[in-house]
Design a protein around this ligand. Structure first.
Ligand code: FES
Ligand SMILES: [Fe+2]
Length: 310
């Protein structure tokens, strides 16, 4: 299927969520934002620039307020981003040294080895909590021809776990919505597949996999996995690109080296199974069937999330 036919497919989707939800977006791995370098990134569908001064990462609009030069071509000098055209010195909070004008700045935090940016003047919700017990590494990032809300909803569609992921729920999932921003689903599953990753999961977990997924703001979710005595964690960030989605994965493991490689392999091989059924999907989560109750609840949660305020 080519990109043009996918766009045509998406012209009249049965269900849509804004591509500009007010939320924390995963914009880069922390390791990508190096000292003294300026990086272009995208939050929701807007371009921004990132730079690091000391321990802090800053996010600014991409153009200089003087004559509009692209700030991604600027240099970092101490706490300032220096415009490449006439040398205006811009602080991380957007103030320009010696002038009243300023550049729009965006709230930034680092969590789980990633840089998160909120697309509004002030954060409206809490970012995910840091999980300091894990080492974080970036796994594959890629573009999927499906709107982001189809992908987040898919994660909470417990009905597809057996057909696509070869996991059978051991009991009904526990759904919690502690506030309007968060939606979580906890479940225990057993393995029904026979691929290498299935057999590894079965062996590591004693065939009792405990998972809690928490979506925050509709565009990112965390996955906490318990396999017997072993634990691992995943951060999934979605960035809308029209009717496609850029997906970033950060994997948390309790040790570096082989354990980290194994965690990345198990999470990515689980998620790869979603690629084919998700590509080009025109998702209707409101089937009215009792087996689809979780995704329907999740879709109502997404529908109630606010859009960005600027
Ligand atoms: S365009 Fe940036 S200082 Fe002139
Ligand atoms: Fe899936």
């Amino acid at each position: 299927m080519d990109a043009a036919s996918l766009r045509a497919d998406h012209a009249s989707l049965p269900w849509r969520v804004s591509n500009d939800l007010a939320a924390w977006y995963v914009v880069a791995a922390s390791s990508q934002v190096r000292e003294k370098e300026v990086l272009s990134a995208t939050v929701a569908e807007r371009e921004i620039v990132l730079f690091r001064s000391g321990e802090t990462v800053h996010a600014l609009d991409p153009h200089c307020p003087h004559m509009g030069a692209k700030l991604c071509a600027g240099k970092v000098d101490g706490e300032h981003l220096v415009c490449p055209l006439h040398g205006w010195r811009i602080q991380g909070d957007g103030r320009v040294a010696g002038l009243k004008t300023r550049v729009r700045s965006w709230p930034v935090v680092e969590r789980m080895g990633a840089v998160l940016v909120f697309n509004g003047p002030e954060p409206l919700c809490e970012p995910p909590a840091e999980q300091p017990e894990f080492f974080w590494t970036a796994a594959q990032s890629g573009r999927i021809y499906a709107p982001f809300f189809s992908l987040t909803a898919n994660a909470f569609d417990t009905h597809h776990y057996e057909a696509v992921h070869k996991r059978r729920l051991r009991e009904p999932p526990l759904i919690e919505q502690p506030n309007p921003w968060q939606f979580s689903c906890s479940y225990r599953s057993q393995v029904t597949g026979h691929h290498l990753n299935d057999r590894l999961m079965k062996w590591l977990s004693g065939n009792d996999i405990k998972v809690t997924m928490t979506c925050i703001g509709g565009v990112l979710f965390t996955v906490s996995s318990v396999l017997g005595k072993r634990r691992a964690s995943l951060l999934v960030g979605m960035t809308p690109e029209g009717d496609s989605t850029r997906v970033r994965l950060m994997v948390g493991s309790t040790k570096r080296g082989l354990t980290a490689t194994l965690s990345r392999y198990l999470y990515t091989s689980f998620l790869k199974n979603d690629l084919e059924p998700m590509t080009g999907i025109r998702l209707n989560p409101f089937t009215g069937l009792s087996v689809d109750a979780t995704i329907e609840r999740f879709a109502h949660y997404l529908d109630a999330l606010p859009e960005a305020q600027w």
